[in-house]
Design a protein around this ligand. Structure first.
Ligand code: ADP
Ligand code: MG
Length: 395
């Protein structure tokens, strides 16, 4: 905290009015279900994006990140325009588009009037790995909205913060993400996973104290990000939406697991191709896996979620086709070394996987995964335990 305050002083020459934090996340189960109005179950990481911030009165927004090159980006609040529209102030899609998008979303929703229209100075320092599927972008957005809500006296709830941040990422930055990442960063609590119904944002904090049970959840950051990821995300989303349209439902969430086979037959009859039918099967079975994980955790049977996680990985790999060699290798080598279960987490095509292990086996499993990467000629992964942590807050 003192570091980010010192950073602010160095950049802007004054003390910040406050410092805020918002975490990255890992998703325990429920992948690519949020934009289908389905279920997800993320937990916040101890890794956070910190923002030191002060309000301004002249309509200027200045942002600076200790983690990005290029110095201070200076924009005018009233001139912010989405990146896709040529973005006055979109910084041509550079990192500043994320915080600028948050301010734009506040403005679009009529929340910036009077003093709040005056702008702000922000300086960021983050420990969330970027592009690792751990939601550094959501942490950056959520810390911005949380800080500005307080600086401007807007009193936004965490849910509202998440919705504004998703709007910023969708419409200003141009990434068609669901709402999971922003909700996780805004709403998670220490020692819990967040069971979220993305249709209406109903949520429940589910106790997830792995240490008390002698378990550990390892995050394996493969450190790869395959190029095709961005377009593929939009492609998967479009496939899901086209299947929902063919079925005459608002979203694939409405397809019941019990009637999945009949639904797939219906889709085939409508001429929907095999690829799209597999996308549907992933979403419907994945929602069911979230329900199974919840039931097991509620019953105190945490070890039994392992095979459900591994089944989720197979579905991501085979039906949704969003995995890659490195992620498959984490799951394969982790499970072969005695893990209880493992899966890719996040959007896919690189990024991170999670591995559930007995605490006593954690080091051996991590070593086996690292060795398998070396043997396959991949760079060394970064492995650390996922400790369920607190959501966005003022420090
Ligand atoms: P993820 O959210 O999985 O980390 P994304 O591609 O969605 O990956 O977001 C990563 C982008 O977010 C970075 O390329 C950068 O533009 C921006 N970003 C995240 N954290 C920071 C930070 N601390 N400073 C500057 N930009 C950041
Ligand atoms: Mg992101």
């Amino acid at each position: 905290m003192s570091d980010v305050s010192a950073g602010f002083r160095e950049v802007y020459g004054t003390d910040p009015e406050g410092v805020w934090a918002a975490p990255g996340r890992v998703n325990l189960i429920g992948e690519h279900t949020d934009y289908n109005d389905g279920f997800v179950m993320p937990l916040a990481l101890p890794h956070t994006c910190l923002a030191a911030a002060s309000p301004r009165t002249d309509g200027v927004l200045r942002v600076h990140s200790g983690d990005a090159p290029g110095g201070v980006v200076e924009l005018r609040v009233q001139e912010l325009t989405p990146v896709a529209e040529g973005g006055a102030g979109g910084d041509r899609g550079g990192w500043a588009a994320y915080p600028a998008g948050v301010v734009w979303a506040l403005r679009e929703e009529g929340l910036l009037s009077g003093a709040a229209a005056g702008g702000a100075d922000l300086h960021y320092a983050s420990t969330v790995p970027t592009g690792a599927g751990l939601s550094s972008s959501a942490a950056l957005e959520v810390v911005t909205a949380t800080a500005l809500s307080e600086l401007y006296g807007l009193g936004l709830t965490p849910e509202r913060v998440a919705q504004l941040c998703q709007r910023a990422e969708n419409q200003f930055v141009g990434v068609p993400c669901g709402i999971m990442d922003q909700m996780a960063s805004a709403c998670c609590t220490e020692g819990h996973a967040l069971f979220l119904d993305a249709r209406d944002l109903t949520q429940r904090q589910v106790p997830f104290d792995l240490a008390a049970e002698g378990l550990r959840l390892l995050v394996v950051d493969t450190r790869v990000k395959h190029e095709l990821g961005d377009g593929a995300y939009a492609n998967r989303r479009a496939a899901c939406e086209s299947a929902a349209r063919a079925l005459g439902v608002p979203a694939l969430r409405e397809v019941e697991f019990a009637t999945l086979d009949a639904t797939l037959t219906t889709l085939a009859g409508l001429g929907v191709d095999d690829t799209v039918r597999r996308r549907v099967r992933h979403v419907v079975t994945e929602n069911q896996r979230v329900r199974e994980v919840i039931e097991l955790l509620d019953a105190g049977d945490t070890r039994s979620i392992g095979p459900v996680l591994t089944a989720g990985h197979a579905s991501c790999r085979d039906d949704f086709e969003i995995s890659c060699a490195e992620l498959d290798l984490v799951v394969e080598s982790g499970c072969a070394a005695g893990a209880l279960g493992a899966r890719m987490t996040g959007g896919g095509f690189g990024g991170s996987a999670i591995v559930l292990v007995e605490e006593a086996d954690a080091d051996a499993v991590a070593k086996a995964v690292t060795e398998s990467f070396a043997a396959a000629g991949h760079g060394a992964p970064r492995i650390f335990p996922a400790v369920p942590s607190e959501g966005a807050r003022r420090l």
